[in-house]
Design a protein around this ligand. Structure first.
Ligand code: NAI
Ligand code: AKG
Length: 446
């Protein structure tokens, strides 16, 4: 075994021994560690500074109790988290997730991914993530507000515009960010730059809501065009029907593709003539109903995973949740004819699924590059708040487009430098890792 391989495996083994039960976090680290041997080999300083061991240990994990009384007078207790993982590139930045599956492993994997994603944007932001095992599904506005107020009553002392700037993720949209900000303001006074993804009337940025989905399509379009293809006349499957999925579907349609299926956690709709995104928005974004309520003359609803669909399509855009595509589902996607998988969700593909994409020469856009448009636009929101300005939609969208193109160019150039062909996963990981690791070395042992 080479010195660098030996170093990588020693650090991983130690991490595994210390927390074997944190499977999602270990998976995210394994996926990164599988790809960085060439840079560790090239730069002995990474071993000298023990960068990998420094990198996998969060700078701080805040865990707290979130007690709240619901409308019926029942007292509920949830767990709250904020993982402040790495600040080498700037203040901690990353979303909040409210979902019953939330635990420390999921928070750590998301924060770990965020470090590298944020670095790829080229903007001065470190990596963090937070959330709660609170389930917002089916809750009234009053219950959501009470939970958010209690959550922020603790979180407010750990965040700030120069320290840590949370935003949304699964289960946290503009409504939740609004309630969280209201409580922050009661406790600390006006400080608009402390949260992003705010409603527009509360100094949020135009274009933030659409940014992750639009950014995914901009990034994927760059990747397709670099390989002589485009969205034009392509059949596309998008998982999820939340924030990222809806704006992905919208932009794919603008780019000439047809989205034939989308899903929620219960099932999926299939419509060969294309999803009616206006109807989808009405059902999911406005009325917060189940996807089974979507009905047109040509649509069919089925229970189960969308990745079990047996139809021919060209491009798969997973936009729901982690590990939604395992090896068998990846095989099905390939058998259905898809030549491109590009990720809107964080870590939607297992390591075995990724290996299968690579064996079958599937064009693969890894999440940390492909879905970076949301956090990039959050940083544009921070810039607007800090300069007491409000940019027109066109300005935000142009900046987002330029950032996504720049991310693809950086990844592509790294592929050229390291002779990786179009292995964009390794290109993205190496480009992101070197940025963060070099910044850490400049700052010494901190
Ligand atoms: N909102 C943002 O700006 C960003 C979100 N992401 C990632 O995108 C993904 C989706 O997030 P959002 O759209 O913001 O959340 P959301 O809460 O608006 O929507 C989540 C969607 O995923 C579906 N879903 C959740 N669990 C599922 C499961 N086990 N199986 C199938 N479907 C499931 C839900 O039904 C819903 O349609 C997540 O992985 C998130 O981390 C990534 C970058 C930024
Ligand atoms: O907008 C942000 O700060 C965070 C977005 C996010 O959570 C993500 O990129 O996964």
């Amino acid at each position: 075994m080479s010195l660098s391989k030996d170093y990588i495996e020693t650090v991983y083994k130690k991490l595994e021994e210390r927390g074997a039960h944190q499977t999602e976090f270990l998976q995210a680290v394994r996926e990164m560690f599988n790809t960085i041997e060439p840079v560790i080999e090239k730069k002995p300083d990474y071993i000298k500074w023990n960068i990998l061991e420094q990198l996998v240990e969060p700078e701080r994990i805040i865990t707290f109790k979130v007690p709240w009384m619901d409308q019926a007078g029942k007292i509920n207790i949830n767990k709250g988290y904020r993982v402040q993982f790495n600040s080498a590139k700037g203040p901690y930045k990353g979303g909040l997730r409210f979902h019953p599956s939330v635990n420390e492993s999921i928070m750590k994997f998301l924060a770990f991914e965020q470090i590298f994603k944020n670095s790829l944007t080229g903007l001065p932001i470190g990596g963090g993530k937070g959330g709660s095992d609170f389930n917002p599904k089916g809750k009234s506005d009053i219950d959501i507000m009470r939970f958010c107020q209690s959550f922020m009553t603790e979180l407010h002392r750990h965040i700030g515009p120069q320290l840590d700037i949370p935003a949304g993720d699964i289960g946290v949209g503009a409504r939740e960010i609004g309630y969280l900000y209201g409580q922050y303001k009661r406790l600390n006074g006006s400080e608009t730059g402390v949260l992003t993804g705010k409603p527009i009337s509360m100094n949020g940025s135009l274009g933030r809501k659409e940014a992750t989905g639009y950014g995914l399509v901009y990034y994927t379009d760059e990747m397709l065009r670099a390989n002589g293809k485009s969205f034009q006349n392509q059949k596309v499957v998008v998982s999820g029907s939340g924030n990222v999925a809806i704006y992905t579907i919208k932009k794919v349609q603008e780019y000439g593709g047809t989205v034939i299926a989308c899903s929620d956690s219960n099932g999926y709709i299939y419509d060969e003539s294309g999803i009616d995104v206006t109807l989808l928005q009405e059902i999911k974004e406005i009325k917060h109903l189940r996807l089974s309520q979507y009905q047109t003359q040509t649509s069919h609803y089925s229970e189960g995973s969308i990745w079990n669909l047996n139809k021919r399509y060209d491009i798969a855009l997973p936009c729901a949740t982690q590990n939604e595509i395992d090896k068998d589902k990846a095989q099905k996607i390939i058998t259905n004819g898809a030549y491109c998988v590009s990720e809107g969700a964080n870590m939607p593909s297992t390591i075995d699924a990724i290996t299968l994409y690579q064996k079958n020469k599937v064009l693969y856009g890894p999440a940390k590059a492909a879905n970076a448009g949301g956090v990039a636009t959050s940083t544009l929101e921070m810039a607007q708040n800090a300069s007491h300005s409000h940019w027109p939609r066109e300005q935000v969208e142009n900046e987002l487009k330029a950032i996504m193109k720049n991310i693809f160019d950086t990844v592509n150039k790294t592929c050229e430098t390291y002779n990786l062909g179009n292995n964009y996963l390794v290109g993205a990981n190496i480009a992101a890792f070197t940025q963060v690791a070099d910044a850490m070395i400049y700052q010494g042992i901190v």
